[in-house]
Write a protein that binds this ligand. Structure first.
Ligand code: GLU
Length: 295
């Protein structure tokens, strides 16, 4: 078993991170497996070396050990670029110049006042740039636009291979999704079109995206069990689609409950009051932290 913890160095680790890291660590160690760490620092604006240092410090204090060298996403831009180019060349991707505001305006306009269907990445993209065919058919990917995955192209590809829907897009859930989903989770390309839509593969200021990077990194690190919060359960469907397209194995997923504050709100990066470093300062022990998260 190979598990991993993949924090972004954009703020202090809080109790939710501690829970996730300890769970992934202990799960691997209990069966003589390997626990890996990956620094998800593709967001160069928000990632800071001091937060990365703090991550190592906090995890070591918690008593966790991991293999070195640690994988850092900022070292892997050329890997992401190559796979993005492959998706582009094979017509699974299109360039998109819509701003966040354009997307919101387009999805809100026809249904004023109605709740917009939200996918794992926010509102389902209305297809504006796909329909416009902007830059389609060019060999070179544009640098001045985002690149999106075309879910219609994914569905077409399944059709070409005469794949039986549902038997193709699935993963094994050993934890549970937010609605208790567990066991084999199946979905169809039609559901992906309606409920997920054309997600961003590469943002122009990043050259990649969380989804593309995480899929390539989990495969490169040989991760067999992905342990992470339930907030990423729906995103797993995107990851499975990318794994199929890119010919990568699908790990087993173990989505765990989220650690919440006393008002039931899940902890966020800005919840400095629950930062592990703050508890350390206040004299808590690693055993106290385990207690606080119910381990
Ligand atoms: N880097 C992500 C985060 O900080 C976690 C990604 C994952 O576990 O897949 O929430």
């Amino acid at each position: 078993m190979i598990t991993r913890f993949a924090p972004s160095p954009t703020g202090p680790l809080h109790l939710g991170h501690a829970y996730s890291a300890i769970l992934a660590h202990d799960m691997a160690k209990e069966v003589g497996g390997r626990f890996l760490l990956r620094i998800e620092d593709i967001d160069r604006q928000r990632s800071k070396p001091e937060w990365e240092e703090q991550i190592y410090d906090d995890l070591a204090w918690l008593g966790l050990t991991w293999e070195t060298p640690v994988m850092r996403q900022s070292d892997r831009q050329s890997v992401y670029r190559d796979k993005l180019q492959w998706l582009w060349t094979n017509d699974y991707a299109f360039a998109c110049t819509c701003t966040r505001r354009d997307v919101l305006a387009a999805v809100a306009a026809p249904q004023e006042g109605v709740l917009v269907l939200a996918g794992p990445d926010g509102p389902v993209y209305p297809g504006t740039c796909r329909a416009n065919g902007y830059m389609a058919g060019l060999n070179l990917m544009p640098d001045d636009a985002a690149v999106r995955l075309s879910m219609h192209a994914v569905a077409r590809w399944l059709g070409d291979y005469r794949v039986k829907e549902g038997s193709f897009f699935y993963f094994k859930e050993e934890g549970a999704g937010p609605a208790g989903e567990t066991g084999t989770i199946e979905f169809t390309s039609d559901e992906a079109i309606d409920q997920i839509g054309d997600i961003v593969l590469s943002r122009k200021d990043m050259g990649t995206s969380y989804h593309l990077s995480v899929v390539l990194d989990d495969a490169a690190q040989g991760v067999t069990h992905v342990v992470r919060g339930q907030d990423l359960f729906e995103a797993t469907k995107i990851h499975v689609i990318l794994q199929r397209l890119l010919g990568l194995p699908t790990p087993v997923y173990h989505h765990h409950r989220l650690i919440r504050d006393e008002n039931g709100k899940r902890l966020a990066k800005r919840d400095d009051a629950r930062a592990i470093a703050k508890y350390r300062e206040d004299g808590a022990s690693p055993a106290d932290i385990r207690d606080m998260v119910g381990l």
